[in-house]
Design a protein around this ligand. Structure first.
Ligand code: PLP
Length: 444
């Protein structure tokens, strides 16, 4: 363990982590095993993985079937290229499967290795869509504040959380952020989108891009009518609508795709995470028949966009088995049912605590906000670090969750595996109650 700790500090730069904290304390936990909703560390401590790691391990950890699917495919054909119209059977079958699961108008899939690549691909595809129709000046992307779309160049630029922009200082051109419904409510957010479009000039906007539910921004769930209004504005100005379903896709919100909760269909949908439940790095973009038809008619010569691992046969075999499990075990339905149980648990804790503000769930995406005064929603001073304290109190008690503290908010996010049972939700809620009440004593 000491050796691993030292090697970690010396040789491993962690993603989205504090380098100074790592140098002071070493790695937080070295995980060793995963089974169901649980992760076990090398020193034998068991944790409830209440985030499905990074919102992605939807079918739970340690599924042997997936390992077998990967092994079989690797023995048959581990990898071959999909450039220059080469193809492979798992990739073809996966494209067909995803088209079958997606909203009816979305039927053609471009594969990537993860969410950021999917969003950069979506951005480049919509820009290409306008270029081949003789409107190259239509290249701007309108996104939402507090949205998170990943860390590659386009995805960072689309992200609406300034902390991510500051890291390297330069962003792609042509991204504008409207205010989110979380900040100002549906009507004003729609008005903000309209103002941004009018100010830039509608003939310069390629697409509007947003997550059905803003995940990393703090599980911010827009009201029911929000995306119908977004869709209307996009239609009115002839702008494409990109739904970033990297978290919400494949059952997370109690529906197969997040947009189904809002009764809308986007023109382009990006996905990753849940498509393989994290067993293989794979993502993609699904485009509507309309967009596909324009590409088929007007995209001449080579489409100069492709990743080495676009259409990876082993990744596709893993995704196919993962989706088979999702359907066979009715996990989308379980996400909806257990989401209801999570909501009940949150409510009961809110009833006993003086520091719980807004609580929200959609399927198995959930959040609890902590405030000094739930009646006025007055926030705690940032230096009290209430959400990080809750995370630490949960960690001590064997639960892994995530805190969101942008704009002086104190939000704790939940995204447990879709296989979670009622008993396991009860365990999670019991530990959460203890953690909340203990932190409450410290900060009251
Ligand atoms: N989009 C959303 C909504 C996400 O939550 C994430 C990751 O958390 C991404 C995109 C980026 O995905 P990746 O980390 O696989 O690049």
């Amino acid at each position: 363990m000491t050796t691993l700790n030292e090697w970690d500090k010396k040789h491993f730069i962690h993603p989205t982590s504090s380098i100074q904290e790592q140098q002071a304390n070493g790695p937080k936990v070295i995980f060793d095993k995963g089974e169901g909703i649980y992760l076990t560390s090398k020193d034998g401590t068991r944790y409830i993985d209440a985030m499905s790691s990074l919102w992605n391990v939807n079918i739970g950890h340690g599924r042997k079937e997936i390992a077998e699917a990967a092994k079989d495919q690797m023995e048959q054909l581990a990898y071959s290229s999909c450039f220059s119209n080469f193809s492979n059977e798992p990739a073809i079958r996966l494209a067909k499967k995803i088209a079958d699961l997606a909203p009816p108008s979305l039927n053609a899939v471009f594969f990537t290795s993860g969410g950021s690549e999917s969003n950069d691909s979506a951005i480049k595809i919509v820009r290409h869509y306008w270029r081949i129709q003789g409107q190259p000046e239509r290249n701007k992307i309108v996104a939402l504040r507090r949205g998170y779309h990943g860390v590659s160049a386009g995805a960072t630029s689309a992200t609406g959380i300034p902390e991510f922009w500051d890291m390297a200082g330069s962003l792609m051109q042509g991204f504008i952020h409207a205010k989110s419904p979380y900040e100002i409510g549906t009507e004003s957010s729609i008005q903000s989108i309209r103002e941004v479009i009018e100010a830039e000039g509608p003939e310069k906007i390629a697409a509007f891009m947003a997550e059905p539910v803003q995940g990393a921004g703090g599980v911010l769930i827009p009201p029911k009518d929000y995306y119908k209004e977004v869709r209307k504005i996009c239609n009115e100005y002839g702008i494409l609508y990109i739904a970033d379903e990297v978290i919400t896709g494949f059952g997370r919100t109690g529906k197969m795709f997040g947009v189904e909760n809002y009764g809308v269909e986007p023109d382009v949908l990006s996905f990753a995470k849940g498509v393989t439940s994290g067993y293989f790095p794979l993502g993609g973009v699904i485009v509507s028949d309309h967009v596909h038809n324009v590409l088929k008619e007007k995209s001449e010569g080579v489409l100069f966009h492709g990743f080495t691992y676009s259409g990876h046969p082993t990744g596709a075999a893993v995704a196919l088995r993962n989706l088979e499990i999702l359907e066979r075990e009715n996990l989308v339905d379980n996400s909806s049912k257990m989401g209801g149980e999570l909501q009940k648990g949150f409510k009961s804790i809110k009833g006993e605590s003086t520091i719980v503000g807004d609580i929200r769930t959609l399927g198995l995406l959930g959040a609890m906000e902590f405030v000094q005064d739930p009646l006025t929603n007055k926030r705690f001073p940032a230096e009290l670090k209430v959400a990080p304290r809750i995370i630490a109190a949960l960690h001590e008690r064997g639960v892994i969750c995530r805190a969101v503290t942008y704009d002086n908010t104190d939000i704790v996010c939940f995204s447990p595996p879709l296989i979670i049972t009622k008993t396991q939700i009860d365990d999670l809620i019991a530990i959460l109650r203890e953690a909340v009440l203990s932190v409450q004593q410290e900060v009251e």
